[in-house]
Design a binder for this molecule. Structure first.
Ligand code: AMP
Ligand code: MG
Length: 546
C-alpha cells in the first residue's frame, strides 16, 4: 500500500518550501568552496550561490508549475519571488549547487562541462508526492563556467520559458519552467558570431524537473576512470529516480538503461510528431529521465524538410538536423551504455537494452503517425504510405503542422478518386490543405497530382481503418496541434518584451497552453511563417550564443 502523506501546507513564502536536497545529501561534494573555474574531480557537484543582479523583475510565471509546487498566486506576484527567482536571495533550506558533468559535443569528447550558468537551489517535494529540483539558468558564474560569464540573455531565456511550457502542453516530456525574471542588467553577446558584440537585456529562467542528471553526468567519471564516483552516481539515480527497479546493482543498472532507451525512443518520436528540432543534441543535453532538456538554438520545422537545422553553429555538417534526430539519440545512448559498461562484469544486458532502440522508436513513431492520419491502428503497408506522404511533403515547401491539422478537414469521399487530368478537380480536393503551401504557385501539375494521389490512398486507408468520421477527426485533432511555438512568434514576443511590452508573451503563453483546441480570435498564432521571417536571425537562424 502506498504511504499516506498529510497534505503539504500551502506555500505563501519561499522560505516555507520543504527542501529535501537528495542530490547534495547523497552524493560527494567538491571540497573546494571557492567559486573559481577549475577541473572538479571526485565530486558530483560544487556548492555555489547565485550572483545577485541589479533589479529582478518577474516577466512571466507558469501557473501550473507554481501550483505543482504549491506556491500561492500572492507569492508569485510578490517582489520577494523575483528576488529569489532572480538569484538575489536564497530560501531557507535550499542548498545551491552546480552539477559536474561531461559530454560529447558534436560527436567529439569534450571532457568536463558542468553547469556553467545554471545553479540549482535544491530539491523540494511537490503536490503530487514527487520531487522537483528548482534550477536558475543564467544565475552567474560557477566552477564550470570556463571562459563564459554564467549569464543568459532575455531572448534565449524567453525562448526556453515558452518552449518548455509549450512542449509540456503538447504532451512531450520536458523540463518545466516556473518563471522568467529580467535581471535589469545587460549581458554582452555576439549573436551571430560576426564580430558585432552588443549589450542585451539579461534574464534568469527557473527550470523545474525531477532530475537534471544527464548522460554526460555518467560519462565524465567513466572517462576519468573514477569508478567509485560513477557507482555512487548510479546508486543515487537508481534510488531517486528508478526506485521501482529491484535486483543486484548490475540488474538494476541494466534495467535503468532499458528504461532510458525506451523513454528516449519515445521522446524523439514525439519530437518528430510535433516538428521540434532540438539543435544541440550533445550527450550533456540528454536527460536520464527522457525529458527534453537545454533549450538553446532549437527550432520548429516549418516546411517539411528533414535536412533542416535551426542551429547556425551546426550549419556545415547539419549533424542535428530534424531527420537525423532518431539516429543521433541512438548514438548518444551508446555513449551512455559505454560509460555504464565500466562498472559491470557482464555487458550483455546493456547491449540487449541498446538493441531495443530501433524497434521501440519505429513502433512508437508508426503508432503516432497512424493516429495522426486517422487510420485507427497500424496495418501492413502503412510504412510505405507514410514514406509516400513524406515524399509528397517535400515536393514543395509545405507546412507540416498545418497540413496534418487540416487533413482532418479533407472530405474523405471526395478525396478517393479525383480526376487527375482535371486541374479543377484536383484543386478542389487540395483546397482544405492550401493554408499549408508556402509556394502556392508550385502546387500545380505533377506536384498537385502527386499530393492528390497520396490523398486518395490516405482516404482509402481511412475507410479500411473504419473509424467513424467524428471520432476520427477528434482523435486526429488530439495529436495534430493547431498551435506550436513557431520560430517567428517567439521572435515577435522577444522584440515586444525588449521594447517593454509583455502582453504578447503572455498571450502566446496562454495560447500554447491549449495547442490542440481551435481558439477563435487566435488564428494568427497558427499561421505559417510570414515572408519577412524567412531569413531573419532568431527566426530561421540561431546560434549557440545565448
Ligand atoms: P549548452 O550548449 O547550452 O548545453 O552549453 C554547453 C556548456 O557551456 C555547458 O557546460 C554550459 O553550462 C556552458 N555554458 C553555456 N553558456 C554559458 C555561459 N554564458 N556561461 C557559462 N557557461 C556557459
Ligand atoms: Mg547543456
Amino acid at each position: 500500500m502506498s504511504e499516506v502523506r498529510p497534505p503539504l501546507p500551502g506555500v505563501d513564502r519561499l522560505d516555507d518550501l520543504q527542501f529535501t536536497n537528495r542530490f547534495t545529501t547523497d552524493l560527494p561534494a567538491d571540497e573546494n568552496p571557492v567559486n573559481h573555474v577549475r577541473q572538479v574531480h571526485g565530486a558530483a557537484f560544487s556548492r555555489v550561490r547565485p550572483t545577485p543582479v541589479a533589479a529582478p523583475r518577474t516577466l512571466a510565471v507558469a501557473r501550473e508549475v507554481a501550483e505543482l509546487l504549491g506556491l500561492s498566486e500572492e507569492l508569485y506576484r510578490s517582489s520577494s519571488f523575483a528576488q529569489v527567482l532572480g538569484g538575489n536571495e536564497v530560501p531557507v533550506g535550499a542548498d545551491p549547487y552546480a552539477m559536474c558533468y561531461g559530454g560529447h559535443q558534436f560527436g567529439s569528447w569534450a571532457g568536463q562541462l558542468g553547469d556553467g550558468r545554471a545553479i540549482a537551489l535544491g530539491e523540494v517535494r511537490d503536490r503530487a508526492g514527487g520531487h522537483q529540483t528548482l534550477q536558475l539558468k543564467g544565475a552567474g558564474p560557477t566552477p564550470y563556467s570556463r571562459t563564459a560569464d554564467g549569464r543568459a540573455v532575455l531572448r534565449s531565456s524567453l525562448r526556453e520559458f515558452l518552449c518548455s511550457e509549450a512542449m509540456h502542453h503538447l504532451g512531450v516530456p520536458t523540463t518545466r519552467a516556473l518563471s522568467l525574471v529580467a535581471t535589469g542588467e545587460p549581458v554582452v553577446r555576439d549573436m551571430l558570431y560576426d564580430g558585432n558584440p552588443r549589450p542585451e537585456p539579461g534574464a534568469v529562467v527557473c527550470r523545474v524537473a525531477p532530475s537534471f542528471v544527464r548522460f554526460g553526468t555518467f560519462q565524465l567519471p567513466a572517462a576519468r576512470g573514477d569508478t567509485a564516483l560513477l557507482r555512487r552516481l548510479v546508486e543515487a539515480t537508481l534510488a531517486h529516480d528508478f526506485a521501482h527497479l529491484t535486483g543486484s546493482f548490475e540488474e538494476r543498472l541494466a534495467g535503468m538503461l532499458d528504461e532510458v532507451v525506451a523513454r528516449s525512443a519515445e521522446l524523439v518520436a514525439e519530437w518528430m510528431r510535433v516538428g521540434f528540432v532540438h539543435g544541440v543534441l550533445n550527450t550533456d543535453n540528454l536527460s536520464i529521465l527522457g525529458l527534453t532538456i537545454d533549450y538553446g538554438p532549437y527550432g520548429w520545422l516549418e516546411n517539411f524538410d528533414p535536412g533542416w537545422t535551426p542551429n547556425t553553429t551546426d550549419a556545415g555538417g547539419r549533424r542535428y538536423r530534424y531527420g537525423a534526430q532518431p539516429q543521433i539519440v541512438q548514438w548518444n545512448l551508446l555513449q551512455l551504455a559505454q560509460a555504464f559498461a565500466t562498472v559491470v562484469t557482464d555487458v550483455a544486458p546493456l547491449q540487449a537494452a541498446l538493441d531495443t532502440y530501433v524497434d521501440r522508436y519505429q513502433d512508437h513513431f508508426r503508432w503516432l503517425t497512424v493516429e495522426r492520419l486517422g487510420w485507427g491502428r497500424p496495418l501492413a503497408g502503412d510504412d510505405e504510405r507514410i514514406q509516400g506522404l513524406f515524399s509528397a511533403l517535400t515536393s514543395s515547401e509545405i507546412d507540416q503542422v498545418l497540413f496534418f491539422r487540416d487533413l482532418a478537414r479533407v472530405d474523405v469521399d471526395a478525396a478517393v478518386a479525383p480526376d487527375l487530368a482535371d486541374p479543377a478537380a484536383v484543386d478542389a480536393v487540395l483546397a482544405p490543405l492550401s493554408a499549408a503551401w508556402y509556394r502556392p504557385e508550385e502546387i500545380v501539375g505533377d506536384v498537385a497530382a502527386g499530393i492528390a494521389v497520396w490523398l486518395a490512398d490516405w482516404a482509402g486507408r481511412v475507410r479500411v481503418g473504419g473509424l467513424p468520421h467524428d471520432e476520427r477527426r477528434r482523435r486526429m485533432d488530439r495529436c495534430n496541434p493547431r498551435f506550436v511555438l513557431r520560430n517567428y512568434l517567439a521572435q515577435e514576443a522577444i522584440d515586444a518584451v525588449e521594447a517593454g511590452d509583455v502582453g504578447l508573451l503572455h498571450e502566446l503563453h496562454e495560447v500554447l497552453r491549449r495547442p490542440y483546441d481551435e481558439q477563435p480570435g487566435k488564428e494568427r498564432f497558427a499561421a505559417r511563417r510570414p515572408d519577412w521571417a524567412r531569413h531573419r536571425a532568431g527566426c530561421s537562424m540561431l546560434s549557440c550564443s545565448s
